[in-house]
Design a protein around this ligand. Structure first.
Ligand code: GLU
Length: 441
């Protein structure tokens, strides 16, 4: 058996949304688990809608997720291969020209439906004589090129759907070339998967309906047929399709909202499978428990609240080295360790940096406690143990304890009524600033 090779094949006609990211991640995990290779293939044959900028955006989004690719291809470099494959099919009688206009096809469809027949292309073009074709060409008509399916039952064993069998007479012969000669997805995708030795095609279940025809095309072109796995679609928490909410769930937006890549990876790697979603700090940890056959056919629901919760849990364990570049200038590891447990996003750390190093408005809630605090404030150097001894001294002097002690101290020193533990925060604030704040300025 040849080494596992998978691919992620987005069209660079927009930025990646969460649904695409799931496809990329599942393929990547599958490759890494099997010790195989992961190909990034840009399906950019639609030259009208594909842009370089979107292509770069997709690469940036994948890098942000931490998904590296071993191989890269773009379909716009490979037109010659598609033309060659089309020629091969023409020679073997599997590709035929069809001259119907979209309006003619639509009319036939309506008639079929009104007669309660399936709206399948009737292959009228196969009955044309050379003379008929010459006449149509002389009228200026240019044909599309259809792949002649074999009307058998075509089957495959899907990694997620199990055994699937299709009566091919129920399908229209797919168009492989447009009338201007441009290859369509079915042709370019199969040629690339075949030519680049893809062993497993893992993609969304919106492609289940394309698979049987693609299998026949692999065979007609002499390629090995890959194994298929079609994962269910991702719905939002209310059950609506995610694609309708592209804007709010593009990776670029999630990133701007402060979602950590590992929060998204942790969720997407397990959502819709029988395995629990758990916060993981590295992709390697996700590879370990990954098993595509444990994914269900039922749609997976993405709950933004679950993502936020995971994000916080991941942040609370995130090492300083991972975030140092995203923290305010001057913020060190002691600061990060003091505040990370209280953050919803890394961006929130900036508020706490202001609390320890900047200007705040202290709140004096209890004069007596604050006065005792000023009188017992120890000299520097301060460390993480300073808070304990000092607050005990304040308690003894002011005759208060518990919330009556800690709440006024926190309000005076930070200006907030809750937040990170005071013990590590205090040395970061420092004596001079602490004294000023206790005096209410
Ligand atoms: N470019 C195709 C898409 O985004 C790829 C489908 C496939 O994985 O075969 O739908």
């Amino acid at each position: 058996m040849s080494a596992v090779a998978v691919r992620f094949a987005p069209s660079p006609t927009g930025r990646l949304h969460v649904g695409n990211a799931r496809g990329a991640l599942l393929n990547w995990l599958f490759a890494r688990k099997a010790g195989g290779s992961f190909l990034l293939r840009l399906d950019d044959t639609d030259t009208g809608r594909s842009t370089e900028e979107f292509a770069r955006g997709i690469e940036d989004d994948l890098r942000w997720l931490g998904l590296d690719w071993d191989r890269f291809a773009k379909q716009s470099d490979r037109f010659a291969l598609y033309a060659e494959a089309a020629e091969k099919l023409r020679k073997s009688g599997r590709l035929y020209p069809a001259y119907e206009t979209p309006e003619e096809l639509e009319l036939r469809r309506k008639i079929q439906l009104s007669q309660r027949r399936p709206p399948v292309y009737d292959r009228a073009a196969l009955k044309l004589t050379d003379a008929d074709r010459a006449k149509l060409e002389a009228e200026g008509r240019r044909p599309v090129w259809r792949f002649k399916l074999e009307h058998n039952r075509t089957a495959w064993d899907d990694l997620i759907h199990g055994h699937v069998e299709i009566d091919m007479a129920s399908l229209s012969d797919p168009v492989l070339l447009r009338s201007d000669g441009y290859p369509l997805y079915t042709l370019s995708s199969v040629v690339d998967d075949g030519d680049l030795g893809i062993t497993h095609v893992i993609r969304g279940e919106d492609h289940v309906t394309n698979t049987a025809a693609q299998i026949q095309l692999f065979e007609a072109l002499g390629y090995a047929v890959p194994t298929f796995g079609h994962f269910s679609l991702l719905l939002d928490a209310e059950g609506g399709g995610l694609s309708k909410r592209l804007g709010s769930l593009s990776l670029a937006d999630l990133r701007a909202q402060g979602i950590e890549p590992m929060a998204l990876n942790s969720l997407l790697a397990r959502l819709g499978s029988a395995d629990p979603v758990e916060p993981k700090q590295s992709l390697q940890e996700l590879v370990a428990g990954f098993d595509l056959t444990r994914f269900s056919r039922a749609p997976a629901r993405l709950d933004p609240h679950e993502l936020e919760t995971l994000n916080a849990r991941i942040l609370h364990e995130l090492p300083f080295a991972t975030v140092r570049d995203r923290l305010p200038a001057g913020a060190g590891e002691d600061f990060w360790l003091a505040v990370r447990g209280n953050l919803a996003t890394v961006g929130d750390a900036a508020d706490w940096w202001t609390v320890v190093q900047g200007d705040i408005t202290p709140v004096i809630e209890d004069e007596k406690v604050v006065q005792a605090a000023i009188e017992t404030l120890p000299p520097e150097p301060w460390d993480a143990t300073t808070w304990k001894g000092w607050s005990q001294a304040v308690a003894a002097k002011a005759g208060v304890k518990g919330r009556a002690l800690f709440h006024p101290l926190r309000l005076a020193l930070t200006g907030r009524d809750k937040g990170p533990e005071m013990a590590p925060l205090l040395p970061l604030i420092g004596r001079e600033r602490a004294l000023k704040r206790l005096r209410g300025v």
